[in-house]
Design a protein around this ligand. Sequence first.
Ligand code: ZN
Length: 312
Amino acid sequence: MNLLNFVSQFPDEDSCKAKWKEYRDKQGVVCPKCGGKEHYWKSDKDSYECKKCNYRQSLRSNTVMHGSQLPFRYWFIAIHLLTSTKKSFSACELQRQLGHSTYNPIWAMLHKLRLAMGKRDAEYSLKEVIELDEAFFSTEIDEEEKDKPLKRGRGSQKKTKVLVMAESIPVDGETTKKGKPRKVGHIKMFVIDDLKASTIEEKVSEHINKDSTIDSDNSTSYTNFNMLVKEHRPKVVPKEELGKMLPWVHIAISNAKRMLLDVFHDIRPEYMQSYLNEFCYKFNRRHFGEKRFDRLMIAGVSYKNKFRYNIK
Ligand SMILES: [Zn+2]
């Protein structure tokens, strides 16, 4: 959908409300009190009323818009932009474009949508052959920690640890210096607190199908992978060869870093996952074309917003 189509399809608040209701009805409205699935629509109150227990919930309740005061149209514009732009945009930019007076609600709206993206992607497991590695993303340091001397390298306070996994499916073709050709499928990126085996294993068992094969370096954090998946092929590789052995993971990491660097500055560690959600969600739907708007709308009506401001 281009901008002109968007504007003519959603010219005002009512057209957005009607569309949101259409998506909610299609996904099924559930009563949070009794689990009832049948509702009356109270058009004068923009609310659903449970046929069993008469509990009322608004059109926004129990969706990504739960608790939001912003116009529906703002949400639609954000969903449109998040699904039609190749890279991303900052909350500051969107605030400016909307002409909205305050920054925080716009910033929170984008994070709520990114949370919904993350939840959607968490419903799918990676399968077949998966490349796995860790990456270190630069993040902002707390004010009070700025005076402390920085630890160097991996443990430095300026780096957030991210576990990266990419489906890397062998395809027909000549074997080259880089090995057999592979095609990238879905990817996942998770902020992790540490590089302990137990931390990484938890993510692997949660997000990788048991019948899969994992390719990685021979880090000691990965020694139990063969108990979690069908096959683990750890390889001893010098650092500069990693890009050859795990090509898609490293392409994903460098693209994500570039996107974050271009659009967002000084990301705080606690929000890094949110930006990674957006990056992975978009990457995983890169071939969806026109369907992208529809899919994020479905995710939006499917998950209740649980975003909390957690600025320390
Ligand atoms: Zn009910």
